[in-house]
Design a protein around this ligand. Structure first.
Ligand code: GRF
Length: 182
């Protein structure tokens, strides 16, 4: 790799397994990003304790403490700037962001979604994919744009849908692919 590693903050809301994969990847020499902050909008996010145990700066910005989406995002933006963030990676971050915030991080904010976008944006992706009878499922890393789960696609990985799959079995096969992809 040439040039300095991009200062990357990760936004989570829960388990944080994609965040863990990113953190572990960033420990490898030559990885193009260093993780400078892990920020959760939920104080009980399991991923926070893990990130802290890795010696990473962690922060909770509880969206329920703010009167508006914009007020929450103002605080989030300030925390990202505090950490010297260049790139924001959403990893299971379950808050919708306003156009104002998305614009501020235009082309510098990434997301991972557990489907082959543009198919199945939004929630319950695996149940909907199974209901539609798709034979191939997967995940997408994309640059974030105003509309949820849209934006230029950076990478995708495909996995098969197997006979007898449930949303849970398919979801864990996709999640393993997410961890490699992000
Ligand atoms: C992942 O499937 C991710 O694609 C989706 O939410 C899930 C988060 O899982 N946006 P984790 O918190 O990374 O374990």
């Amino acid at each position: 790799m040439t040039g300095p590693r991009k200062r990357t903050a990760i936004l989570i809301s829960g388990r944080g397994s994609n965040m863990m994969s990113l953190v572990e990847a960033a420990q490898r020499p030559g990885y193009p990003a260093e993780i400078v902050a892990v920020i959760s909008n939920r104080p009980d996010a399991a991923g926070l304790a893990w990130a802290a145990s890795q010696g990473l700066p962690t922060r909770t910005i509880d969206h329920r403490a703010f009167a508006s989406r914009e007020a929450f995002e103002e605080k989030l933006h300030a925390a990202l700037l505090d950490a010297g963030t260049e790139i924001v990676c959403c990893a299971g971050f379950m808050r919708l962001l306003t156009g104002g915030f998305i614009q501020r991080w235009h082309d510098r904010q990434l997301n991972i979604h557990p489907s082959l976008l543009p198919a199945f944006p939004g929630l319950d992706t695996h149940a909907r994919a199974l209901a539609r009878g798709v034979r191939i499922a997967g995940c997408t890393v994309h640059v974030m744009r105003l509309e949820m789960d849209t934006g230029p696609i950076i990478a995708q990985a495909a996995v098969p849908v197997l006979p007898g799959d449930t949303p849970e079995t398919l979801g864990s096969r996709v999640l393993a692919a997410e961890h490699r992809l992000y």
